[in-house]
Design a protein around this ligand. Structure first.
Ligand SMILES: Cc1cc2nc3c(=O)[nH]c(=O)nc-3n(C[C@H](O)[C@H](O)[C@H](O)COP(=O)(O)OP(=O)(O)OC[C@H]3O[C@@H](n4cnc5c(N)ncnc54)[C@H](O)[C@@H]3O)c2cc1C
Length: 392
């Protein structure tokens, strides 16, 4: 049996490891477009902050893959997929055939178009190369603007600020982390970040990057001018689904997969940020890893594992700020009830979302004890008195 994995992020590497263990005699080939070995993508924030090097977030050497008899090819970008011949072609012209293929191509950073000419000082953050470029530009900058007040935007802002830059965050929605936080939660988080000197501008409809020659400021639709020699856009992700779509696979936002993470072609599976399951693209490490495991099991033995979704759980990796959002934190209608505790002075916010029988559907915790509070979402039994729990 020939197993081929295209994409060597967490989904692809997890699947390759699992395939190796499950099928010791099979050929396992892992193709990745990057020129450096697999690294922990969330660790790029620490690289930008200057707290870690790339090698510190690289868990396995190339030798590790050799020792585990995984044929690991770097700088190997798949450019063509032929479902009939069951083969792929690389940018080098090399070809590989497969019995089972996993697409684990991930996603790229979305970057909206801004008025004015393209700017060399405007970056997105997805890869080690992006992180290096941001660090190099940060060394020449005193001010930065981060566009996007989601998880990645806030973490990037704090990382740049740790490097000594003055940083402002601009968000289109009226609040930060709009999918996880309500207005009050966002206000408490904004006040905590404000104490670090990170200025927040929410509800900004548009912006323009300006400067004669290099970038020198960002002008908001409100008319406000923010000094910036560096701008980073953190405005979500776009699944790398063009190649699978061109090959004829069923693609919506991502490559559509069923409960066995099988695509519309029975020999091709998809996992991680490139995959869409029940209309959802998770965009998280936990989901990519789980889907990679399910893919490997089913590539080895059809129908042997089912994917049932991943409970979303996010922790803000921002020095000095503990924020954990788990499960359904923003219910839209339905029978769920919401309970809150907020103290802006202390920088503490807690929210519980409960099913009618008292079990926890979701939670938000900002401030001391956030991690323990966030873990409550895994508790199967109903909570007794939600107010007592909120007060800790
Ligand atoms: C800075 C940063 C911080 C993050 N922090 C968190 C966090 O705290 N928690 C969390 O859950 N998630 C976080 N994420 C998101 C998380 O990293 C992704 O959800 C996860 O990496 C998805 O894994 P993946 O294997 O599906 O895709 P990826 O990690 O994107 O890997 C895909 C791989 O495929 C390769 N590839 C692409 N096209 C081709 C091709 N044509 N041929 C061959 N190879 C190809 C790419 O080079 C890449 O190596 C963060 C992301 C970033 C950028």
């Amino acid at each position: 049996m020939r197993f081929l994995v295209a994409g060597g992020g967490v989904a692809g590497v997890t699947a390759a490891q699992r395939l190796r263990t499950a099928a010791p005699n099979a050929a396992v080939t892992l193709l990745d477009a990057e020129s450096v070995p697999y690294y922990l993508r969330p660790g790029l924030i620490d690289v930008i902050a200057g707290r870690k090097t790339l090698s510190a977030i690289t868990p396995f050497s190339r030798g590790w893959f050799r020792d585990h008899e995984i044929d690991y090819r770097l700088a190997a970008s798949v450019t063509e997929l032929d479902l009939i011949r069951r083969g792929v072609k690389l940018d080098s012209g090399d070809r590989f055939t497969y019995d089972r293929l996993l697409l684990a191509l991930g996603a790229e950073a979305a970057c909206p178009r801004f008025p004015g000419a393209p700017r060399a000082e405007l970056f997105t953050l997805r890869s080690a190369l992006d992180a290096n470029e941001i660090v190099a530009r940060a060394a020449l900058s005193r001010h930065a603007v981060v566009v996007g007040g989601g998880w990645l935007g806030l973490e990037t802002a704090r990382a740049l600020q740790t490097r000594g830059l003055r940083v402002a965050v601009v968000e289109r929605e009226p609040r930060l982390l709009p999918r996880q936080l309500d207005d009050e939660g966002s206000a408490v988080l904004a006040s905590v970040l404000g104490r670090f000197g990170i200025a927040l501008h929410a509800g900004v409809a548009g912006l323009e990057l300006v400067g004669r020659g290099p970038l020198d400021s960002v002008v908001l639709s409100t008319g406000e001018r923010l000094p910036a020699e560096l701008a980073v856009v953190a405005a979500g992700i776009r699944c790398r689904s063009t190649l699978p779509a061109q090959a004829g696979l069923d693609v919506a936002r991502g490559v559509r997969v069923d409960a066995f993470v099988n695509t519309s072609d029975c020999s091709v599976f998809a996992a991680g940020d490139v995959a869409e399951w029940e209309g959802r693209v998770y965009g998280t490490v936990a989901a990519a890893r789980e889907q990679g495991m399910v893919a490997a099991a089913n590539m080895h033995e059809r129908g042997s594992a089912e994917y049932r979704g991943t409970i979303p759980s996010n922790r803000l990796k921002v020095l000095g700020v503990d924020l954990v959002c788990a499960g359904d934190t923003q219910p839209e209608g339905g029978p769920l009830t919401e309970h809150r505790f907020s103290d802006r002075e202390v920088g503490s916010y807690r929210k519980l979302v409960l099913y009618p029988d008292g079990r926890i559907a979701g939670s938000v915790a900002l401030g001391a004890g956030a991690v323990e509070f966030g873990a409550l979402v895994d508790r199967p039994e109903p909570v007794g008195d939600p107010e007592a729990l909120l007060l800790g």
